[in-house]
Design a protein around this ligand. Structure first.
Ligand SMILES: [Zn+2]
Length: 55
């Protein structure tokens, strides 16, 4: 299952849960000088329906 997060600046990332958490935290530090907690990320991410993936 893929998760997707769109930042308030328009930056978007998607990936597995752990990938998204890592990338969003790096983005927050480098682009916004802000420390983002995993709980905050879990509050805003959304599930991406796999493109082309069969259920
Ligand atoms: Zn941003």
């Amino acid at each position: 299952m893929l998760m997707e997060v769109t930042c308030r600046c328009g930056w978007t990332t998607r990936g597995s849960r752990s990938e998204v958490i890592t990338r969003v935290r790096e983005h927050g530090r480098s682009q916004h000088q802000q420390e983002i907690t995993p709980a905050q990320i879990r509050a805003i991410w959304r599930v991406v329906e796999g493109s082309g993936a069969k259920r």
